[in-house]
Ligand binder design. Structure first.
Ligand code: DP6
Length: 345
């Protein structure tokens, strides 16, 4: 009981509660593109991803009774506007679950170059959901953390888990939807080589782009029909560790998603010349016998899926493509983790 009387009474009565979490970005093998229910942020299609070791976000959340409102610092810069609103909505949900109204200071840092255009809402909202629920001392499991992340950004639901991860399509009226692990990262030694093709911000974010696609693309219906079949093929390929089967289905998913968005009016075009160059490079590597397949999210960068032993050959070849600024080789990452509070973030 030594020193008990020395504790400042204000701090014990109304303490700041802080927690820190780290989550990795993920790359969808079967893409989520389209919402069943925009209010609840329920996806219209099932998706499957792999978590990326090399790209992660560390976020600290401190519920502090001295704050008048939530604050957000991203990569060292104070942020307001839409980014803060989105963070505030996730915090509101956590606050209502915890029965508190205390504002929070949120500090978030990516461990990959910020100018790379890779800034990932998936790693960001997964880390935020885990840090916020920990800071609020909510006794909830990882599925519930994933559901909270999913409401902010559906791809973030998958970043709560490591390895190979699935997120089902939503069902009408559903209020809970979490991602779930399909296989651990030890199941299969895949690598992803990211070819960065532009430092510019993308023309339109995924949320707006998928709404515009659903509203105006004549191919949207066909896309909805295709996705469950691709997910089934990808599940089987993961189970069998069949890189040809996995890659073919993943490449098809990405190109079909972009075709669907390209057919919107006006068209949504994410590709830069180097995006096409990188796809062509991957095709010619395949002709030379290297098993490698391409996938592209809502942006110009190309991610090459390959076996660990081929990742350096693939990175070298992609690095030679005109317009490719740099490459990042990533292994498959693990679960989001709670980190010790302290240090610089
Ligand atoms: C192309 O998860 O960013 O990366 O739920 O509106 O935040 P919101 O969308 P978001 O969309 C990701 C789209 C994608 C494919 C994928 O990750 O599955």
């Amino acid at each position: 009981m030594h020193g008990e009387h020395n504790k400042p009474t204000t701090a014990t009565a109304n303490p700041t509660r802080a927690a820190r979490a780290k989550a990795h970005a993920n790359i969808a093998l079967a893409k989520y593109w389209g919402k069943l229910d925009p209010e609840e942020n329920l996806p219209a299609v099932p998706s499957v991803s792999i978590t990326l070791e090399a790209l992660s976000t560390i976020t600290t959340v401190a519920f502090d009774p001295s704050l008048q409102e939530d604050t957000l610092t991203l990569n060292g810069a104070p942020c307001g506007g839409q980014a803060l609103d989105r963070v505030g909505r996730l915090l509101d949900r956590v606050r209502s679950m915890a029965g508190t109204t205390t504002s929070a200071r949120v500090t978030s840092q990516n461990d990959f170059p910020t100018a790379s255009g890779l800034a990932s809402s998936a790693s960001a909202f997964a880390a935020l959901a885990l840090a916020a629920t920990q800071a609020a001392a909510l006794a909830i499991d990882r599925s519930e953390v994933s559901d909270i992340a999913r409401r902010a950004s559906a791809s973030a639901a998958r970043s709560v888990f490591g390895g190979f991860v699935g997120l089902a399509a939503g069902a009408p009226g559903e209020t809970f939807l979490a991602a779930s692990p399909i296989a651990s990262r030890d199941h299969w030694n895949l690598n992803v080589v990211v070819a960065i093709t532009s430092d510019r911000a993308k023309p339109i974010g995924s949320t707006g782009a998928m709404r515009h696609t659903a509203d105006t693309s004549p191919y949207y219906r066909a896309w909805l029909d295709l996705c469950p079949r691709l997910v089934e093929r990808i599940h089987k390929a993961i189970e069998a560790r069949d890189l040809h089967a996995l890659g073919e289905a993943a490449e098809h998913s990405a190109l079909a998603m972009h075709a669907c968005a390209l057919a919107a009016t006006p068209a949504i075009l994410y590709f830069e010349p180097a995006t096409i160059g990188a796809i062509r490079c991957i095709q010619s590597l395949r002709k030379r016998g290297v098993v490698v397949y391409a996938t592209i999210d809502a942006g110009p960068h190309v991610k090459a899926i390959t076996a660990l032993e081929n990742s350096q050959v693939v990175a070298h070849a992609l690095g030679e493509v005109p317009g490719v600024l740099r490459t990042i080789v990533s292994a498959i990452g693990g679960d989001a983790t709670v980190e010790p509070v302290g240090g610089s973030t």
